[in-house]
Design a binder for this molecule. Sequence first.
Ligand code: N01
Length: 536
Amino acid sequence: MSTPSNTAAPLDALIVGAGFAGLYMLHRLRHSGFNARIVEAGSGAGGTWFWNRYPGARVDIESMQYSYKFSDELAQAWDWSERYATQPELLTYVAHVIERFNLADGIQYNTRVNRASFNDATGLWDVATSDGKTVTARHCIMATGCLSSTNEPKFPGQDSFKGDTWHTGRWPKEGVDFTGKTVAVIGTGSSAIQSIPEIAKQAKRLYVLQRTANFSVPAHNQPLDPAYVADIKANYHDLRARGLAQPLAYDINLNPKLATEMSPAEIRAELDARWAWGGLPIYGAFADLLVDPNTNQLVAEYMREKIRSIVKDKATAELLCPTATFGCKRVCVDTGYYQTYNLPHVSLVDISKIGVEEIIPTGVRAGGQTIECDAIVFATGFDAMTGSLDRIDIRGRGGEALKDKWAAGPITYLGLMSAGFPNLYTITGPGSPSVLTNMIMSIEQHVDFITDCLEYLRAHGIAHIEAQHDAELAWGDHVQEVANGTLLYSCNSWYLGANVPGKPRVFMPYLGFPAYAEKCREVAAKGYEGFALSAV
Ligand code: N01
């Protein structure tokens, strides 16, 4: 395979990352006759799903909806085996997509982008990679993922630990055998909640160190019934259309009613039905769930009641009961999480008041206790949305660093571009619906927008497109205003960057998928309103 730097002429587009976003971007651009390539840090494709190989990793959106919709042939040909696809099956799907659309020769693996600089003299992007080469491209497209840069807190004494340590977001390909080991898991977010039941199956002893309890809804995962799949495939467009009309870009059978319009019996029936169905559709129980604190508390109390009914030890059950706003942090979807605490070798350790004090050679001192263990699993999450961009030295006009521009929080127009950085795009960037939605739908919407935009520029002889500063400021205000109108500011979530010490507290994703997609269509129809276009 030839590498991008062997190409004499500049690329039309360099794409950073071979996850779902990068792969579809490459496919669309090639199909439109652009000379595009992907540079990928990992040794394989799949992005988030390449790195997150921890035991029990599976998507929390139903497989029939968490898959590309752009190709009918692909949608009809591919068969998911389970209601929620496992990480290995997602990688098999990615491999199938690469083969079906002949993408393999456009991806350079094992190559990290270290620096991307806009060259004021040439008007091109110079992209320096870890193999010591520089790729030149007219457009640079960051498909670097929202949850791909791990959050790895540095605890005192960490290097002194004599056992093994793992981060859920950087799990080794060969897997980890915990048989006969005493394991401490730090964190109780989605990654922990999925991996804890699986680690408990192997470990001799398992301690879960919980700083904040999280809400989790059972997945009720099961093999997919061929008749159910056939029915969806016969009407796939309808399912997709229903999903795209909802805020999560996922058909969760949104209840249009406010809880205040329903009787207690109706409220109970709605929640029972959603608990029985499982997963994220619980978000759709009431139209005012994320707006009205009373409605929110109804749901939170229902969840606490469920936890108490599952977990036998009363003190453990109380510790597992979240006190925060329901849905303020992303709700988790589990398989046997709460039940795991009924096992005699699993203990929950409350570190809410004291936290992790230090790592010692034989374990962890946390929450006022010393926990002796052979292995520590850090399920501490991600430097979400901006982390993967921050780790690249991105320089715009005049050498301005994106990191400096975003020091007080990311500033983008539509989550797609930032002023001063012409022809630099972020797929599902901060300021776009991204992580608040079924990611593949948001990815497709952004990739389609960017492809249409590049076609427009080519057709009109335009060399550069750049967000206008006043447009991005107005958009940023709007993103915050929408979030402020909800309960999403009421906790320390990674949406707000609150999980990473020192990160500015700014609500990063944009709440409001269907309206957002419409806004993007309007902007394009008006000749890219809010963007500056120039022929040179
Ligand atoms: O990360 P998290 P995650 N000391 O940030 C704790 C997606 N995802 O990897 O809440 C002690 O949610 C932290 O405690 P606290 C999904 O969107 C999807 O689990 O900050 N503890 C928390 O308990 C998800 O929301 C899937 O008090 C510390 C945990 O670590 C997102 O990824 C699967 C700590 C981190 O939870 C992130 O999930 C997995 C410290 N210094 C992930 N720092 C599916 O599709 C952090 N913690 C199913």
